[in-house]
Design a protein around this ligand. Structure first.
Ligand SMILES: NC(=O)c1ccc[n+]([C@@H]2O[C@H](COP(=O)([O-])OP(=O)(O)OC[C@H]3O[C@@H](n4cnc5c(N)ncnc54)[C@H](O)[C@@H]3O)[C@@H](O)[C@H]2O)c1
Length: 319
């Protein structure tokens, strides 16, 4: 059934792909964003669709979000707005609290007041901390190492508690390392793939901190968007928490080699000292998302990297 869905953080990296996917599936979408880290250009495709409307305001503006939800009566809210940088959360825990926990409460309250049936929340693998036994499963007790991870863990509990008390469905999606088009390589906190790709396309060596033997579970943003749509629209879902991951473990050295192959970069990779606090290995168990959402990644890492390199190829080839 086609429905109206509100997406917060719509102009961001994951939000814009989520809007695109909802529109392709025929839903009406209202995107909310204050453009603090997102970009209007990310919504160029969505804005051409008559089923899309954009509301540009800070979610904390008193009464604005609640009034929007009251007027739109959405079937679901997909809550993606937040402070995405772990480092920024360490530097400014107050801002982290405001954007990664208070906003969640505001969304939960709007869902309660306006009887929204479902809320989907952008959680993170950061809540697992540096848990040593892989793959990471959802029933591990959260041990976040940063204000960012702590706010994501608290947000999950807040939403699940509200959902139980007030009778809506909360779906918490623990994204692993998301990558793909529209991820901003200019941000020092951006994903490693966006930064490596940007450097290789400028014929500059990527820098690996540490020996490159550390592993990550990379998941293509197109797959994450599809998982968000499933969580918002799949009939009969109860509240729950799932990993949104590929289940594949990729060494950073192998990632650099795959990106070099995708871009034609022939230069060396530079190594620098390991970053303090850097997690050594991370990989998620995708089993529960498969059971509950019917979700599995469709993009292989190689295909997604090739498509990304193609879509971001510089207009003039650099010598
Ligand atoms: N990118 C990843 O690898 C990753 C991994 C795990 C979890 N997440 C989570 O997914 C969500 C989306 O991440 P992203 O990578 O797309 O980040 P992003 O910064 O591109 O998107 C966040 C969006 O929220 C908007 N926003 C922030 N504060 C707002 C406010 N007060 N009012 C209205 N809009 C506001 C920003 O302008 C931005 O467009 C975040 O909650 C993030 O913590 C991302």
């Amino acid at each position: 059934m086609k429905t109206t869905i509100i997406v917060t953080g719509a102009a961001g990296f994951i939000g814009s792909h989520t809007c695109d996917r909802l529109l392709v599936e025929g839903h009406r979408v209202i995107g909310v964003d204050d453009l603090s880290s997102g970009r209007a250009a990310n919504l160029e495709d969505a804005s051409r669709d008559p089923g899309f409307a954009f509301e540009g305001f800070d979610l904390r503006a008193p009464g604005r979000f609640s009034a929007l939800v009251e007027a739109a009566r959405p079937a679901a809210i997909i809550h993606l707005a937040g402070l995405v940088s772990v480092q920024a959360s360490i530097r400014d825990p107050r801002l982290n609290f405001s954007l990664n926990l208070e906003l969640t409460h505001l969304v939960a309250e709007a869902a309660r007041e306006q009887a929204v049936p479902r809320v989907v929340f952008a959680s993170s693998a950061a809540i697992y901390g540096d848990f040593p036994h892989l793959p990471l499963r959802e029933d591990i007790a959260p041990q976040p190492l940063t204000p960012y991870g702590a706010a994501k863990a608290a947000s999950e509990q807040l939403l699940l508690g509200h959902a139980r008390t007030y009778g809506f469905v909360a779906r918490c999606q623990r994204y692993f390392n998301v990558f793909g088009p529209r991820q901003d390589p200019a941000s020092p906190y951006s994903g490693v793939i966006a930064i490596f790709l940007d450097r290789m396309q400028a014929a500059r060596s990527p820098v690996i901190y540490g020996d490159g033997g550390q592993t990550r579970d990379f998941v293509a943003v197109q797959d994450v968007a599809r998982a968000n749509v499933l969580a918002a629209t799949r009939p009969g879902l109860a509240s729950g928490v799932v990993n949104i991951c590929s289940g594949r473990s990729t060494r950073l050295n192998d990632l650099a080699a795959a990106l070099a192959a995708a871009t034609g970069f022939g230069g060396p990779v530079t190594h620098a000292g390991a970053k303090p606090g850097d997690i050594r290995h991370s990989a998620g168990d995708p089993g529960r998302a498969r059971e509950q959402l019917g979700f599995a990644c469709e993009w292989s890492l190689a295909d997604a990297l090739a498509a990304l390199a193609h879509s971001t190829r510089p207009a003039v080839a650099k010598s």
